[in-house]
Write a protein that binds this ligand. Structure first.
Ligand SMILES: O=P(O)(O)OC[C@H]1O[C@H](O[C@H]2O[C@H](CO)[C@@H](O)[C@H](O)[C@H]2O)[C@H](O)[C@@H](O)[C@@H]1O
Ligand SMILES: O=c1ccn([C@@H]2O[C@H](COP(=O)(O)OP(=O)(O)O)[C@@H](O)[C@H]2O)c(=O)[nH]1
Length: 461
């Protein structure tokens, strides 16, 4: 087996249980099993003139190689082009795109830095797997430095339709950079279809049976939905957690149910309408008052980008208003937690919640949806209420699928989830477990590697 070299903006400690962000979680779950090298940014910003050598650290079967960025890199590449241009654009939010030429320059500069660091550690037989929108030009940079290895790319976020993509300057360059990879992987068939439309409309070529002709080369483009390590998550959820158990016991005595939401505090996650839907539930079904509460964990993220400051203010005001309107001296309808919770504590919280409420306006996959399912007790499972615009909805048909823009639809489905008979809950949960087991972290890694190493495309979806 060739050595696998994974590259992503963020590198996680594969042995730590706290990592907010699905990319870190999904990759850690996969790499722990196969081993290899994981290269990326160390999360630090430093002043330097000359690019530092990558820092090497061995953690179990994984060798981490990390580099720092400068303040300017962080502002232009990470906050700028990655998170103020590509992130909103790829999530269909043209209204939030803030394009500046300096952002693009920073993006190209940091991709060149990544390439310099990478060539210093690469071996001829390596296979390289690059992740996410931060690093789209990296294959081209590596080829310019003479790399001959196979290079794959996986996009963790949605790929937008051509009408949206074409609104950003240099969109053709972006897609041409993407076509420098040997394999391009997407989360869903919708994303793959959007690339298909772009190459047809703008490049006059097409994807035929998962392959695109680019000059003399053939590029594979496929759908590889990311998954979790299901058994490890089930084990985590079953592990006793005293604090959660005491709280659950109290709720059981009072006959109260809990709806849970867990997200980075991102405008793509649909949080304001989620809170409004919960308030609508209490309005439409007064019998639900004092019998159910919403726990929303909102993890801080990208706080220097203005759109993220706005969403935080909006949510704080909304949860305050809902509590002000409905709370009683012994019942708080919304528990809003602005912080990061370790993944093992999350597992226990999911298990203790009767509804998993996952309503992004647009999301690459959404691992929280899969984790919620894995955490349930098969004898008395909770119900997943899932946005039709999460990548996970392409597979998780037995969830209650909702429109995250339609507050009434979400409220009705919350009520349906809270009153669903045990037998139906068990049937839906069984079917969902089969699906998340079929498309788990190992399947994601194996199918992508089969495409990258052997040129095989199985329909992963
Ligand atoms: O690294 P940050 O800027 O702090 O952001 C965290 C990560 O967010 C995004 O995650 C995506 O990947 C998940 C796993 O494939 C997927 O389930 C989710 O729908 C995506 O939003 C981002 O793509 C990562 O690069 C970030 O590290
Ligand atoms: O406080 C938190 C919030 C989130 N997560 C984890 O972060 C990941 C979020 O991934 P998802 O795909 O749902 O969304 P993303 O944040 O990547 O857009 C999941 O594995 C969560 O369990 C966590 O460990 N602690």
């Amino acid at each position: 087996m060739n050595r696998l070299v994974v590259v992503s903006n963020r590198v996680a400690d594969v042995q730590r249980s706290t990592q907010a962000g699905g990319l870190a979680v999904g990759l850690a779950d996969s790499l722990r099993q196969r081993g290899g090298v994981w290269m990326g940014w160390d999360g630090q910003t430093l002043k330097y003139e000359e690019e530092p050598e990558p820092r090497i650290r061995k953690i179990g079967a994984v060798t981490q190689a990390t580099i720092p960025l400068t303040e300017q890199d962080y502002a232009e590449y990470y906050l700028g082009f990655s998170n103020s241009v590509l992130w909103p654009l790829f999530h269909y939010r043209l209204d939030l795109v803030e394009y500046k030429t300096a952002f693009l320059e920073g993006y190209r500069r940091v991709n060149a830095k990544f390439a310099n660091a990478l060539v210093s550690i690469l071996q001829p037989e390596d296979v390289i797997w690059i992740h996410d929108y931060h690093l789209i030009p990296l294959a081209a940079e590596l080829r310019q430095r003479g790399c001959k290895q196979r290079i794959g790319f996986f996009l963790h976020i949605p790929f937008p339709p051509p009408e949206i993509l074409a609104a950003v300057p240099r969109h053709r360059w972006l897609v041409e950079s993407l076509l420098e990879f040997d394999v391009i992987g997407f989360q869903t068939n919708t994303d793959l279809g959007n690339l298909q439309h772009y190459v047809e409309d703008h490049l006059g070529t097409e994807i035929t049976e998962g392959r695109i002709k680019v000059g003399e080369r053939e590029v594979i483009a496929g759908c590889f939905p990311i998954g979790i390590d299901v058994d490890a998550f089930v084990e985590m959820a079953e592990r006793p957690n005293d604090e959660v158990q005491i709280e659950t016991h109290r709720r059981e005595i009072l006959g109260r149910r809990q709806i849970i939401g867990v997200d980075r505090l991102d405008y793509t996650k649909g949080l304001p309408d989620r809170l409004r839907a919960f308030a609508r539930l209490l309005e439409l079904y007064p019998e639900m008052r004092k019998s159910v509460a919403l726990m929303q964990i909102a993890t801080p993220t990208r706080e220097e980008v203005e759109a993220y400051v706005d969403i935080r203010k909006e949510l704080e005001a909304l949860s305050g208003a809902i509590n002000g309107r409905f709370a009683d001296f012994n019942w708080t309808p919304v528990r809003y937690i602005h912080g990061t919770v370790p993944r093992d504590a999350l597992a226990a919280l999911y298990r203790a919640s009767q509804v998993g409420f996952v309503t992004p306006l647009r999301d690459g996959m959404n691992l929280v949806a899969k984790e919620y399912v894995a955490a349930q007790s098969p004898e008395n499972p909770g119900v997943l209420v899932l946005s039709k615009f999460a990548g996970a909805a392409e597979d998780l048909h037995e969830a209650l699928i909702v429109n995250p823009y339609d507050v009434d639809d979400m409220a009705r489905n919350l009520c349906r989830a809270l009153t669903m008979p045990l037998e139906e809950r068990q049937e839906r949960h069984k079917a969902l477990m089969e699906r998340i087991r079929k498309h788990d972290a190992k399947h994601w890694l194996d199918t992508f590697m089969a495409a990258l190493e052997k040129g095989e495309i199985k329909n992963a979806a």
